[in-house]
Design a protein around this ligand. Structure first.
Ligand code: NAI
Ligand code: MG
Length: 354
């Protein structure tokens, strides 16, 4: 089978880290005999908006909806265009229209990357955050009445559907079952949020019955954030609603050092639509054009993409190459205290793969 990947570099350092991601994907594909074809698209960027007055062409879904995956980076150029316009005009459309209901982020302390937490070494922090990506607190049900008066009234409803809650829990339990520790933690707040969160807890309990091999526990979100910092070694798979998952999936990677290496997947597990793989960082206007951005987040997202496509060995060889490159201090970018540029770092990982 030949995989077709849609490539969208977007804005700012996206254009600098994308070539390094592709370099490493090509090296791994060659080594493991994976046939892959890349189609490049210039939309979902400020440059495209400047020419066309919109973030994407009207037929964007036809253009990228049949690909096996989308390899994406950084939309946003706040000096030229407000962030809600660029994000809602592209990335959020992908997530909703392609029903990417899982947002998946690894939290892993890598060799050679200092953790902001005291006394932590690689191996101590190694878990996944699984975020519900389509409903929950981020709904459009609500409104504002009597604006600019004393009677002003604003409301926004959390939406939880049985289908929506069960499918994210099933994904998280399956992931937990596939890991050596077989442990799942659920983020809740059923003491304060007294309708939706008890429902979430109920569905967790029901799903747990179908996975007798998985040990599970739950924490209220407030103490859970504290435990991410105090006891990151307690966690294996952590599942949360859209808002809680959003918070945890920034906090987790922050506990493991630089944002420049963190990857993520927006996944449609059934494969009815393509999934999007992208680093966690944005377009970084403050360093764009200097060639110093860390390409590891982009490269690691590529490893996740290969794993998702079922090319486990190609994915693993990229991941191993990242670990070895980070351990070798000479090949690190500025955000990690080194002086390698983006290309040198990307080439080093590609050579490790070969
Ligand atoms: P940012 O992630 O672009 O930058 C935050 C800080 O981290 C900056 O100091 C930057 O230099 C540094 N940084 C980020 N990536 C790095 C890398 N690979 N290597 C070294 N240093 C790196 O976040 P910010 O500044 O809040 O957002 C900039 C733009 O990116 C905005 O328009 C925002 O909306 C957009 N954005 C887009 C995302 C997406 O497409 N999913 C995600 C996050 C932000
Ligand atoms: Mg977020």
């Amino acid at each position: 089978k030949q995989y077709r990947i849609a490539v969208i570099p977007g804005d700012g350092i996206g254009k600098e880290v994308m070539p390094e991601g592709l370099r490493v994907l090509e090296a791994a594909a060659k080594k493991h005999g994976v046939a892959v074809h890349f189609d490049h698209f210039d939309f979902s960027s400020w440059d495209y908006y400047e020419k066309h007055g919109q973030m994407m062409p009207d037929d964007w879904k036809e253009k990228i909806g049949k690909h096996d995956a989308i390899y994406f980076r950084a939309v946003g150029w706040p000096a030229k265009i407000p962030d809600h316009v660029s994000l809602w005009g592209s990335l959020i459309k992908f997530r909703r229209e392609f029903d990417q209901y899982v947002n998946l982020r690894p939290v892993r302390l890598m060799p050679g990357v200092p953790s902001p937490l005291a006394n932590r070494k690689p191996g101590d922090i190694d878990f996944w955050v699984v975020r519900e990506n389509t409903e929950g607190e981020y709904s459009s049900v609500g409104g504002r009445m009597f604006p600019d008066t004393d009677r002003e009234f604003v409301t926004q409803q959390t939406v939880m559907t049985r289908t929506g809650v069960d499918r994210i829990l099933k994904f998280a339990f399956e992931l937990a079952q596939s890991r050596p520790k077989k442990h799942l933690t659920s983020a809740t707040k059923s003491n304060g949020i007294s309708i939706t969160m008890p429902y979430w807890d109920e569905r967790v309990e029901a799903m747990a019955k179908k996975f007798p091999g998985v040990k599970w526990d739950k924490y209220h979100i407030d103490i859970l954030t504290a435990n991410f910092v105090l006891h990151p070694d307690w966690f294996d798979v952590v599942v949360g609603s859209n808002l809680f998952g959003d918070i945890l999936s920034d906090l987790g990677p922050a506990c493991t050092g630089t944002i420049g290496i963190a990857p993520s997947g927006n996944i449609n597990p059934e494969g009815d639509f393509p999934s999007v793989f992208e680093p966690v960082h944005g377009s970084a206007p403050d360093i764009a054009g200097q060639g110093i951005a860390n390409p590891i987040g982009m490269i690691w997202s590529g490893a996740m993409m290969f794993e998702h496509l079922g090319e486990k060995e190609a994915g693993k060889s990229i991941f191993d190459a990242i670990e070895r490159t980070l351990a070798e201090r000479t090949l690190r970018t500025k955000d990690l205290g080194g002086n390698a540029d983006t290309t040198a770092c990307g080439k080093a990982v590609a050579e490790m793969v070969e």
